[in-house]
Design a binder for this molecule. Structure first.
Ligand SMILES: Nc1ncnc2c1ncn2[C@@H]1O[C@H](COP(=O)(O)OP(=O)(O)OP(=O)(O)O)[C@@H](O)[C@H]1O
Ligand SMILES: [Mg+2]
Length: 62
């Protein structure tokens, strides 16, 4: 069964992105079924950490 881990904090700069990157990397060593999603639309850093070049994304609000 799928499990969801949410890394969040009301405070900035406390290590959310670092924890998310390391946690997803470690979990991926155990299983190849890991999806990590950076929901920080102001400054997405996970794609930079994983050296993902295509940084296009779209959002919509209704
Ligand atoms: N366990 C740790 N020990 C020391 N420094 C750390 C640790 N975890 C993260 N840092 C450092 O703290 C800084 C902020 O980390 P990070 O970007 O992961 O925080 P964040 O909560 O995602 O920040 P933001 O709210 O701006 O997105 C970075 O420079 C990172 O290298
Ligand atoms: Mg962050």
């Amino acid at each position: 069964m799928a499990q969801i881990i949410l890394v969040t904090s009301f405070k900035g700069g406390v290590g959310k992105t670092t924890i998310s990157a390391n946690l997803s990397y470690c979990l991926a060593q155990k299983t190849n079924k890991v999806i990590v999603c950076d929901c920080d639309l102001e400054s997405r850093c996970l794609d930079m950490m994983f050296k993902i070049k295509n940084r296009r994304f779209s959002t919509s609000a209704t």
